[in-house]
Ligand binder design. Structure first.
Ligand SMILES: Cc1cc2nc3c(=O)[nH]c(=O)nc-3n(C[C@H](O)[C@H](O)[C@H](O)COP(=O)(O)O)c2cc1C
Length: 204
């Protein structure tokens, strides 16, 4: 599969997991792709916690359901009605969660390139996630990013050390198919915008 095909086919997967747990060798290749991401000062500030314990998956799914409700409660009635049928995770169905963490202390005090833009560390960890996501597509594996969580809750759940941030819970599992359009578009929550609206020449 070409990189362009993987980029085109990739979706945030919530409902299409088959329940078949991803094989360890496939998971290893996907994590290896993540670990090859570029990073500021070559700091590689990420770690990956692989979660397969059914009890932990269920506990996290319960927490996410609570947070989903907190968000739903903030919505005006028309948006709440649109949001209602939208699935926001496949934590249990995917069978595997990967918690991606960010360690700002990785690389020591003199991270080359991070002096003026502190966020370059987090940017680096997010690039690892994108590598993982695209590699998963090439393996026929679905990934769904879940961000409806309290950071402290997730840190406690998977024993993330103090000073290290969990920046994503990724649901990773075999899929029957990839949808051709984003769920949020299909369910009328928000459509994408044309490329030409995002590209600017010379000045913003
Ligand atoms: C930082 C980040 C957080 C996200 N959090 C969630 C989430 O909590 N639940 C969810 O269903 N999708 C989540 N998504 C997926 C987006 O909704 C999805 O990428 C977007 O709607 C475009 O769809 P596509 O990825 O299928 O192209 C997240 C994506 C990103 C990049």
């Amino acid at each position: 599969m070409s990189v362009y095909d993987a980029i085109r086919i990739r979706r945030d997967v919530r409902a299409e997991y088959t329940g078949e747990v991803v094989a360890d060798d496939v998971l290893r290749r996907i994590l290896d792709a993540a670990h090859r991401a570029p990073s500021v000062g070559n700091s590689q500030p990420w770690d990956f916690v692989v979660v397969r314990d059914k009890g932990v998956l269920a506990t996290f799914a319960g927490h996410v359901a609570e947070q989903r409700q907190v968000f739903a409660d903030t919505l005006p009635p028309d948006r709440a009605a649109t949001f209602d049928p939208i699935k926001i995770d496949g934590i249990v169905e995917s069978g595997t969660g990967i918690v991606v963490t960010y360690d700002h202390a990785r690389g020591g005090r003199h991270v080359l390139g991070r002096q003026t833009v502190a966020d370059t560390g987090v940017f680096s960890a997010v690039l690892a996630i994108q590598n993982l996501w695209l590699a998963a597509v090439a393996e026929g594996v679905g990934v769904g990013w879940v961000s409806f969580y309290d950071e402290r809750f997730l840190s406690d759940l998977v024993a993330v050390p103090a000073g290290v941030r969990p920046i994503a819970w990724l649901c990773v599992g075999s899929v029957a198919e990839f949808q051709t359009a984003p769920d949020l578009e299909r369910f009328g929550w928000r459509a994408g915008r044309p490329l030409d609206d995002a590209v600017h020449w010379e000045q913003f």
